[in-house]
Design a protein around this ligand. Structure first.
Ligand SMILES: [Zn+2]
Length: 484
């Protein structure tokens, strides 16, 4: 999943050719939230009408009393679930499907015709200039921030691989022991409320947490060889379950593309355009399947990515061995090189001194590309990165310039391809965010935001209370419709 180390021989780092003429058409007033139709009461008989009215008032009072009664307990049918269910035609409860297209850099949607994605944008809410990933802009940290609302320092997945220095144990993308995965992911929150959740791949989804035990029927074990179409069809098949209670309230769906191609050829290559068209086709398959079941307008779809992609190439390299006249930075100090440089010096070296010496070297003008790397004690990183408050994070972190790579020493490897993991302030690291559905404001553009907001967005749509997290409670108010 999101192998971040792939390099290829191709050099294709042309400027991004965004085709503005393919911007989705402007939404009109008919797409606004006011287009929801409410049934009008019959006027044929005033007696009948008042009878119905009385019944409604009585029913409403009964429901209100019931809600009051249950509101403090952990019950699936909370106040908001019932309110939100009133927006639905066929389904009995709100459903959110969250779809991740790995490495879908913001702007890829303009590379080719994407009629299905455009349809979601025009009738839904879109982050107009993309979704901001968390730092480091890597696959595992970001996917887990999306489902927990926590920055990596707090959810524990601080890199795709790392070592716990208290125990010496190593985490990698196949580690499913609960101890690594902190926080409360959405599938756990959902099942803790007595609702069903399903995962068709997502980092962390196979980990047992709370009432979530990754049940076979609802939780697929990661296998990248499963065709994308099969993944979509399985998600659709959950809507065919006989009992409404068995239809998951929350579902995930994951595609490895276009990250896979992006690493090999960089963000600007016909292979990316082709992968984007394919992802759009899969969204079409999902929409068609929902329409055939008469529930497209009943299902909330959130389409997003985990991070962007930037071209990397031969000349954009920084070699740690070039710092030797100032300080030796040996290989066994390095927890990860690129695009997140993480250094843990042995205990006889003061991290503060190492940082000072390294920065002296890098700013001397004598280290090739030295100006594109700056190292920090993790506590002194810009606070906007939220990347210090965890023992798992190495004491020294290097911020590498966009598209540059750090290596130990010169090699004969060809180094052209694509990468991500850099500072999340780089526009190239942004990805997409589109939400569409009965509880989503139609035809709305919102400013870019960090993906830690998505946890609260989903719990708000589902009408359940969530775990504490780094998102803001008011964020969902911009997007989610509730019928009061
Ligand atoms: Zn990724």
């Amino acid at each position: 999943m999101g192998s971040d180390e792939i390099a290829s021989n191709d050099s294709k780092n042309l400027p991004m050719s965004t085709r503005v003429e393919e911007n989705p058409p402007n939404s009109t007033t008919s797409l606004l939230s006011s287009s929801i139709k409410y049934p009008k009461p019959s006027t044929s008989s005033s007696v009948l009408f008042s009878l119905i009215l009385t019944t409604c008032v009585a029913l409403f009072a009964a429901i209100a009393f019931a809600l009051l009664f249950y509101s403090s307990s952990k019950k699936p049918m909370s106040n908001l679930i019932q309110e939100n269910a009133m927006l639905l035609k066929k389904l009995k409860h709100p459903v959110v499907i969250i779809i991740s297209s790995d490495g879908f850099r913001f702007g890829y949607q303009f590379k080719t015709s994407t009629p299905n994605i455009d349809r979601l944008i025009v009738n839904g809410t879109e982050a107009e200039h993309g979704l901001i990933p968390v730092f480091p802009t890597l696959t595992f940290p970001n996917h887990y921030s999306i489902v927990t609302g926590l920055y990596p320092a707090y959810h524990g997945i601080i890199n795709n691989y790392f070592t716990d220095f208290d125990t010496g144990e190593k985490f990698n993308m196949g580690s499913h022991e609960p101890k690594w995965w902190l926080g409360e992911p959405l599938w756990e929150t959902v099942v803790n409320h007595g609702l069903k959740a399903s995962t068709y791949f997502w980092p962390g989804s196979e980990v047992h947490k709370g009432d979530w035990t990754c049940p076979k029927f609802y939780c697929q074990q990661y296998n990248e060889s499963v065709p994308f179409e099969e993944r979509v069809d399985t998600v659709l098949s959950y809507f065919d379950l006989e009992s409404d209670d068995d239809i998951p309230s929350f579902m995930t769906l994951y595609f490895e593309d276009p990250d896979h191609q992006g690493h090999q050829v960089g963000p600007d290559d016909p292979q990316i355009t082709e992968a984007v068209a394919n992802i759009d086709g899969l969204m079409g398959r999902l929409i068609d399947g929902l329409e055939k079941r008469g529930i497209f307008d009943d299902v909330n779809i959130i389409m997003l990515g985990d991070h962007g992609m930037v071209g990397t190439c031969d000349k954009k390299l920084i070699f740690l061995d070039d710092l030797a006249p100032w300080i030796e930075v040996p290989k066994d100090w390095i927890q990860s090189y690129s695009p997140l440089l993480a250094i843990r010096p042995t205990s006889n070296h003061s991290p503060k001194e190492v940082v000072a010496k390294m920065n002296e070297a890098l700013s001397s003008g004598k280290v090739k590309n030295g100006e594109y790397l700056k190292v920090y004690l993790k506590e002194e990183l810009p606070s906007r990165l939220h990347y210090s408050d965890s023992d798992r994070i190495s004491p020294i972190i290097g911020l590498i310039g966009e598209g540059f790579k750090v290596e130990q020493k010169k090699s004969t490897n060809q180094e052209c391809g694509g990468a991500h993991g850099y500072d999340n302030a780089y526009f190239s690291m942004r990805t997409i965010f589109i939400a569409h559905g009965p509880q989503i404001t139609r035809g709305k553009k919102i400013p870019s935001f960090e993906n830690v907001q998505i946890y609260n967005l989903v719990t708000s749509i589902l009408g359940i209370s969530g775990a504490p997290n780094n998102g803001s409670m008011s964020f969902a108010d911009n997007i989610v419709l509730h019928r009061h």
